[in-house]
Write a protein that binds this ligand. Structure first.
Ligand code: ADP
Length: 464
């Protein structure tokens, strides 16, 4: 697992400590360079003085000046270096280490020095440098002084500075580490609070809205979480309502049956006609109970999330014809005219059972909530993407304030009227769920007392 806190900590440590180390070593390095430069120019000066002395004492030709010898030894000791005096035949006249006297030197820097300019060679790896200075007489180079000196003592003096640098860097590192630990803990704290709040909801505590506005990101998370919580509350409330509605709806026919049965039992010598009448009523209530249970089962099957959808290519014209053929006799009882108008033949990918149920609920309602001698007009049309079914009637209409609610489970505009004509209040929710399952849409337009029109739009091809 990748921890945000560990990452912030690492980032702070890297950003804080690395520059310290880089800065420290740069300062140290430049200090050492400067020291060496100074040291070299000091040696160069000494060499120039020495070369003047060599010239004035004619050391290169006679080689027996005590003063110069003493000077050479002193210089060699002071700077802990080796001094070679070379004449114009490239022969070593004097070596303070007394190793190579009388030998011939032909090195590049000595030759260059004979041309009149002193040279400096710094060998960083072997920690020494070599300085050559020409000895001039009447502007003529008559010899060379070569001095090689180790840089060890400069490095040693730099060692103290390095220790101080290391100490400062170490202290800084500890301080930065402490700050980084504190900061990273502080920075991830809002996320910890969010996790706690979500866990509290998970454990079932009635939790309040989350308000974690420390960062824009946490504010966005809080916002999304609150929306989800809101949805959960709505779902929970509607589930509770549904359960209580179901119990109530199932209880109503049972109560009626019990009243009927009790009143029969309470009377003695009940005439057969009354028995028959009451038993007829009881059968009606049983049928009603049955219808509610069937509708409930259809509704459960029509659950938007359920995957048991059986899509096939169907002829929608024929599907509507079948529905109307079944419902026309019922319409005829109330002298209601049912007209079907199709603008074109339509083939679409639908679940035949579910789509039939959805559309027949609409036509059934158009007949049920109609007036004597009324009409129901069903039309079918399509474009390249959707097919459209319109079910219009000349019925009682739906009051404006109720149109929003009629798709809710068990919602009925006029409970007693709906009950009288065998409504359960589940028909339109079944229809809407079926249409949504097909990724379609349903709308209602109604004028109270004049009629109602339902329009349905469903894609011709089923989209998963
Ligand atoms: P029900 O089983 O009661 O018919 P629905 O869910 O099918 O339940 O309809 C909900 C309510 O919407 C009905 O009770 C009725 O009041 C109203 N309604 C539905 N269709 C129509 C319509 N075509 N004309 C008038 N009212 C309607």
């Amino acid at each position: 697992m990748k921890s945000l806190r560990a990452r912030i900590l690492l980032l702070l440590v890297v950003v804080g400590i690395v520059p310290c180390i880089v800065l420290g070593s740069t300062i140290l390095h430049s200090h050492q360079e400067k020291s060496i430069e100074r040291y070299i120019s000091q040696i160069q000066n000494q060499c120039t003085i020495l070369s003047n002395q060599l010239e004035s004492y004619s050391y290169l030709s006679s080689n027996d000046s005590k003063v110069v010898d003493a000077e050479l030894t002193q210089l060699s000791n002071v700077y802990n270096g080796r001094i070679l005096v070379i004449n114009d035949e490239f022969r070593i006249v004097k070596d303070t280490y007394e190793l190579d006297e009388s030998k011939t030197v032909v090195s590049e820097d000595v030759i260059r020095c004979y041309r009149g300019k002193g040279t400096v060679i710094y060998d960083e790896k072997n920690r020494f440098f070599e300085v050559t200075t020409p000895v001039k007489s009447n502007k003529q180079v008559i010899g060379v002084v070569l001095m090689s000196v180790s840089t060890d003592n400069i490095m040693e003096s730099g060692g103290d500075l390095k220790n101080i640098c290391d100490l400062i860097i170490g202290t800084m590192a500890i301080i930065i580490l402490i700050i980084a630990v504190l900061l990273s803990t502080l920075m991830v704290r809002p996320f910890g609070r969010i996790t706690k709040a979500i866990e509290a909801v998970n454990e079932g505590y009635e939790s309040e809205d989350l308000c974690e506005n420390t960062y824009t990101e946490t504010a966005l998370i809080s916002d999304a979480f609150n929306k989800m919580l809101g949805r959960m509350r709505v779902v929970d409330k509607s589930r509770e309502e549904f359960v209580s509605n179901v119990s109530h709806e199932l209880k109503t026919p049972l109560t009626s049956m019990k009243v009927l049965a009790d009143s029969l039992l309470a009377q003695e010598d009940v005439p057969v006609e009354l028995y028959k009448e009451f038993m007829g009523d009881i059968t009606e209530e049983i049928e009603r109970e049955n219808k509610i249970i069937n509708d409930l089962l259809s509704l459960v099957k029509m659950d938007k999330t359920s995957a048991n959808i059986n899509i096939q290519s169907e002829n929608i014209n024929e599907l509507l014809e079948r529905i109307l053929k079944r419902l026309r006799p019922i319409a005829k009882q109330h002298n209601i005219e049912v007209v079907f108008e199709s603008f074109r033949p339509v083939m679409a990918e639908v679940d035949e059972v579910k789509m039939s149920l959805a559309l027949s609920n609409l036509v059934e309602n158009a007949i049920k909530y109609n007036k004597e001698n009324g009409w129901v007009h069903v039309s079918l049309n399509a474009d390249h993407k959707y097919f459209y079914v319109k079910v219009a009637d000349s019925g009682i209409g739906i009051p404006k304030q109720d149109t929003e609610n009629i798709f809710e489970r068990f919602y009925r505009v006029d409970k007693s009227h709906s009950r009288e004509i065998g409504g359960t209040g589940l028909g339109l929710s079944i229809t809407r769920n079926a249409i949504i399952m097909h990724r379609g849409a349903i709308k209602v337009y109604s004028e109270e007392g004049e009629g109602t029109t339902f329009t349905v739009r469903v894609p011709l091809t089923y989209v998963v």
